[in-house]
Design a protein around this ligand. Structure first.
Ligand code: N01
Length: 502
């Protein structure tokens, strides 16, 4: 017999916790959070690579309703963020709602019963509302290069770091130069015997203003919470100003590009090395990564930048795009995630059994990154075009939380069986997104990124001020959704299910 919850949330990262807290706050308690991992934390539980920390300021990268005066650094290290999320889980009374080590395998909308049927590795569930809070940076992506299965040494992905594996003295190939590699390469460069850093395209690196927060500052934040609010506000505004360059006037990116270029000139004296580290696209087209240790790490003895893509893997070696073979003991893939081809879309079936990934046909779209026509009573967090490359995703999550809470409330208060986004509202929203995307630096900057979907559309980023997004997401527009009463035949609440008493 299936267990039942009125709302089933998949994922216990920032999004799942945010929605859980919002539901409890509105005295709604019939929900469960299914988490495939052993604990809450989401990406901050699974990414434990050396040097992992958030490159968005700590005071901004946290819930507005749960400021943490105890951050030890202006940019928080991963263990502190995970710890923060665990504390939020407890503080908001969500632990009893959490089911860990439960992985969703399949979810299908049952038109007759007007319920979601959810199959997991530990049993089945029914739910009136299903919420995917799995996020876009969940499933590690390996490059499609031949020979990956033949390699006899150790392979790991940055998001699945094997801490039991000692890199000391080893010959290591590190593949990729995105935000993850830029954080861990400097941390391992002194340990490895030889470190080959494969760089398919050079990233823009800006100076990092990270510093420790002193005990006295922390005491002041505790004593005067307003001080921390002000810090948060300052961080928000400074990040938001980047939208001017990203989305409004891409030429403005030239100013920051000059800062990045000077940073490289200060840190890299060899002109030939500088040439190979200089990006060939406009800054901002890919995520801008701050680091004071990346360039110095690349110049350490034993570290070699390979300005090539990885082309092939053999039993004991890697081959670059120029055909040069290098023997290695370990390969570390910092090659990112399945973002626009997010695997959960292959598990969710809406009306007429249609898979979400089929409905998207390679180009994910949603209303406010949250809801999709023909997927009634289904919502997601950080879905299409609600991502950011410059500021706090927690800000977007809070806006989407308000939206999903309003939708659940509308369903509940009206006694309706289903809520579904209006096709026209969805289409209008996406037409407007496309119009705004067309002139962004992500389109004009001359780069290839994981932001693009299989059809080449940027399906990842939000192309406007984040406060605009928040305004749209938090103001409930009833016309954007259809509510339908229970079908006469149906017994929507819990026809063949039991409440989950565990
Ligand atoms: O991954 P990426 P990431 N041969 O997708 C390269 C978040 N994040 O894990 O640039 C050689 O950015 C690929 O090359 P190219 C953040 O949202 C946040 O670093 O495509 N290289 C690229 O360099 C970020 O955007 C924080 O030419 C190959 C790299 O792999 C997202 O996670 C910290 C290759 C992939 O970079 C992902 O970042 C860390 C090949 N065959 C991450 N195939 C914060 O601090 C691919 N590449 C908040």
């Amino acid at each position: 017999m299936a267990s039942h919850a009125q709302v089933l949330i998949v994922g216990a990262g920032f999004s799942g916790i945010s929605l859980g807290r919002a539901l409890r706050e509105s005295k709604f308690t019939d929900f469960r959070i299914l988490e495939r991992g052993s604990d809450a934390g989401g990406v901050w539980r699974s990414n434990t690579y050396p040097g992992c920390r958030c490159d968005v300021p700590s005071h901004l990268y946290s819930f507005s309703f749960a400021p943490n005066p105890d951050w030890t650094s202006t940019y928080s290290p991963q263990p502190e963020i995970q710890d923060y999320l665990r504390r939020c889980l407890d503080r908001f009374g969500l632990r009893p709602h959490l089911r860990t080590a439960v992985e969703v395998e399949d979810a299908r909308w049952d038109e007759d019963a007007q319920l979601w049927h959810v199959t997991t590795n530990t049993g089945t569930w029914t739910a009136q509302v299903l919420v995917s809070a799995v996020g876009p940076l969940t499933e590690p992506k390996l490059p499609d290069v031949p020979g990956i299965d033949r390699f006899k040494g150790t392979i790991m992905h940055s998001a699945r770091w094997d801490h039991a594996h000692d890199l000391t003295g080893e010959r290591v190939a590190s593949i990729g130069t995105g935000a993850s590699a830029i954080q861990y390469v400097p941390e391992i460069a002194d340990r490895t015997g030889k470190l080959f850093v494969f760089q398919r395209s050079a990233p823009w690196i800006t100076p990092h203003n990270k510093r420790l927060i002193t005990d006295a500052e922390r005491a002041r934040f505790r004593a005067r919470p307003l001080r921390q609010k002000i810090e948060r506000g300052k961080a928000y505004v400074s990040k938001e100003l980047l939208v001017l360059g990203f989305a409004k006037r891409p030429r403005l990116m030239g100013l920051l590009q000059t800062v990045a270029r000077k940073h490289m000139e200060r840190q890299v004296k060899d002109p030939a090395l500088r040439r190979s580290l200089t990006p060939d696209f406009t800054l901002g087209c890919k995520r801008i990564v701050p680091s004071n240790t990346w360039y110095p790490a690349l110049q350490k003895p034993g570290v070699e930048i390979v300005p090539q893509a990885l082309r092939e893997i053999r039993e004991h070696s890697v081959i670059d795009a120029a055909g040069v073979e290098r023997e290695v003991d370990t390969i570390i893939f910092a090659t990112g995630f399945h973002v626009t081809d997010i695997p959960i879309a292959d598990k969710i079936r809406g009306r007429d059994g249609e898979l979400l990934s089929d409905a998207w046909a390679g180009s994910p779209r949603a209303y406010l990154g949250v809801s999709v026509p023909r997927f009634p009573n289904f919502f997601m967090f950080l879905g299409p075009n609600s991502g950011l490359g410059h500021s706090s995703m927690v800000y977007m999550i809070e806006a989407q939380t308000a939206h999903v809470k309003n939708a659940i409330r509308a369903l509940d208060v009206s006694g309706s069986a289903t809520i579904e986004v209006d096709q026209q509202a969805h289409d209008r929203y996406n037409t407007e997104l496309d119009r705004k995307l067309a002139t962004t630096v992500w389109e004009t900057g001359g780069c290839q990124t994981f932001y693009r979907d299989a059809n080449g559309r940027n399906a990842t980023l939000y192309p406007d001020w984040t406060f605009t997004f928040r305004r749209n997401a938090t103001r409930w527009k009833p016309d954007a959704y259809h509510l339908t009463p229970p079908a006469p035949r149906s017994q929507p609440r819990q026809p063949t299910t039991t409440a989950d008493a565990s």
